[in-house]
Design a binder for this molecule. Structure first.
Ligand code: ZN
Length: 243
């Protein structure tokens, strides 16, 4: 099974690894910084480069029982045991991190006002959406929620990752809202803590402070049925750190 480096360090953009298993057009590494699709956050893209300067483009990444599978843009077979350097498309990942943290802030705002009424969410590199089941939801209420989100952004709460014993998590059902599929099987859960505001169990990658999310705008709302409403948000463009 691949060691998932992004779980401890979301700002890791490059890493060294060894090919553990491979076939035409795919490779599983012993460790990886590439985020595989999950929890509403899309997979990373990037490159793998060998010491012998061979270069493979990674076009998609997914989880499997045997580890993190890197799908290559061509049907190349990278020999097992090959030492590679991985580099992720940092601009795309950083945007996803800002949107992921943005959705957690929005989820916290909604939870505080209405209890748990979030039915889903999806992050894209250029927008994010959240599905809600709130009575009386309209454009005005949505604008109101986004105003509160921006208030949390402005206060620059630190966002930290910690691993919490399952027994402690059982006393906090509010930590587990929408991303139940990402609950680890072991004795700990991974908690994303927007310090002083909200905490949620989560397997995704996040920015270090709510300030990095930047100004959030309501893009549009959609009716998906009598109770199901959908809202889309965008964040102001921002260069990733270190570029
Ligand atoms: Zn999340």
């Amino acid at each position: 099974v691949t060691e998932a480096l992004y779980l401890d360090d979301g700002y890791l953009r490059a890493f060294s690894a060894t090919v553990a298993e491979a076939g035409p057009g795919w490779a599983i590494l012993d460790r990886s910084g590439f985020y595989p699709t999950g929890g509403g956050q899309p997979h990373d893209v990037g490159v793998l480069v060998s010491d012998g300067d061979r270069r493979w483009e990674v076009s998609s990444v997914e989880k499997s029982d045997r580890g993190i599978v890197h799908r290559l843009a061509e049907p190349a077979h990278v020999p097992e045991g090959t030492a590679v350097h991985g580099a992720i498309d940092w601009r795309r990942r950083y945007a996803c991190m800002r949107y992921h943290s943005c959705l957690h802030i929005l989820s916290g705002v909604v939870y505080r006002r209405f209890g748990s009424d979030i039915t889903g969410g999806q992050i894209y590199p250029d927008r994010a959406r959240m599905d809600l089941s709130i009575p009386g939801f309209d454009r005005r209420l949505a604008e109101d929620l986004i105003r509160e989100v921006n208030e949390v952004v402005r206060r620059a709460h630190p966002i930290s990752v910690r691993f919490v014993p399952l027994v402690e998590a059982e006393r906090h059902p509010e930590w587990v809202r929408v991303e139940r599929d990402l609950m680890p099987q072991g004795s700990e859960i991974r908690l994303i803590d927007i310090e002083g505001f909200d905490a949620q169990a989560d397997g995704g990658t996040h920015v270090r402070t709510t300030a990095e999310v930047g100004l959030v705008s309501l893009e549009k709302i959609e009716n998906k049925g009598a109770r199901n409403k959908r809202l889309y948000v965008t964040v102001a463009p921002r260069d990733p750190p270190g570029e």
